[in-house]
Design a protein around this ligand. Structure first.
Ligand SMILES: C[S@@+](CC[C@H](N)C(=O)[O-])C[C@H]1O[C@@H](n2cnc3c(N)ncnc32)[C@H](O)[C@@H]1O
Length: 307
């Protein structure tokens, strides 16, 4: 698919032409997992990373932790354009402007829920000169989208807003939790580079050998059988002491044995993934971030350590 075809399908959709939307077509507006909560469990400084994540947040946060050779492998056609848009926006916009431009809810800007400044054209005019220099194809995609969509607010149809709450989104990230960190990120982001591969992890070949692999919470879309196949496949792309985050699970104890959802039934998971489940870590949940308190239930990441 070329950028021209991507613009056509994206603008058609935003202008209300409905057709069957392929799997993974929508980008995630922000991460749906607490990246800031787990990222320090991985050694990223100077190390390589293969990650999914159409929100671009895995790429940005890993870069801020010093990752050097980052590949974003994602089936979403807009993942690259959106990631570069965010990077250019961090460089060009103030903290408040960035929040107003990207977030669905910003309680400060608009109390009623939906943020009327989202994808505001004036803010895009501030981002676009930097975007043009960073990645011309992404600049072309977004510039054409602004020309072609009838209303800028309909750009939201490109996204899944699964995590809408501004406070949670801020708490999930290293650079959004407060203005000071955002200002530090502005400097650190300038030398970012990443490779984008559009493909399906199951059916397309994955090239390269990585110190770290992040599969985000994709496991919730797959059966355990599919996930096991994927882990076995990506094992070949892990360096000898490499580590793979193969599951991010929400609000579950490591000894939960309720078997209504197999991926959340830990007796099953421990047995089924026994050759690959080497480490697990608890992560602060969205509710804990939202209400500023500790809760019994934590999110859980499952990690394979190749060595
Ligand atoms: C469950 S979503 C979670 C979104 C994620 N938290 C983020 O920040 O973008 C997983 C991401 O992986 C991508 N993805 C899922 N399965 C994939 C596959 N088989 N091949 C390539 N990308 C995939 C989706 O397009 C999406 O961007």
């Amino acid at each position: 698919m070329s950028v021209i075809e991507d613009i056509k399908s994206a603008s058609d959709r935003c202008n209300g032409k409905f057709y069957v939307v392929p799997a993974f077509w929508h980008a995630y507006s922000f991460n749906t997992e607490n990246i800031g909560g787990y990222i320090d469990h991985f050694d990223l400084k100077g190390k390589s990373l293969l990650t999914v994540g159409s929100s671009g947040e895995q790429v940005i946060n890993a870069h801020l932790k010093g990752a050097k050779d980052i590949t974003l492998f994602d089936a979403c056609p807009f993942a690259k354009y959106y990631t570069w848009l965010k990077i250019a926006a961090i460089i060009s916009l103030s903290y408040e402007e960035y929040i107003a431009y990207f977030m669905y809810h910003t309680s400060k800007v608009c109390g009623t829920g939906t943020n009327i400044y989202r994808f505001n054209k004036n803010l895009f005019e501030k981002i676009s000169p930097v975007l043009k220099v960073l990645d011309h194809e992404s600049y072309y995609f977004w510039s054409e989208m602004y020309k072609k969509v009838r209303e800028t607010s309909s750009l939201r149809f490109l996204f899944k807003d699964e995590e809408k709450r501004a406070k949670v989104i801020k708490g999930y990230s290293l650079y959004l939790d407060n203005e000071e960190n955002y200002l530090k990120a502005k400097k650190a982001i300038r030398n970012i580079s990443f490779k984008y591969v559009r493909g399906n992890l199951f059916s397309d070949s994955v090239t390269g050998c990585f110190d770290n692999v992040f599969l985000s919470n994709s496991c919730t879309n797959y059966s355990p059988q599919e996930l096991l196949l994927l882990i076995k496949k990506l094992e070949d792309n892990l360096k000898i002491d490499g580590r793979m985050l193969f599951a991010y699970l929400y609000e579950v104890d490591f000894d939960n044995n309720d078997d209504s959802n197999l991926m959340y039934c830990m007796s099953f998971v421990k047995e089924y993934f026994k050759d690959y489940l080497d480490e697990h870590y608890q992560v602060k949940t969205a509710k804990e971030i939202l209400w500023n308190n500790e809760r019994d239930k934590k999110d859980l990441i499952l990690v394979h350590h190749k060595k």
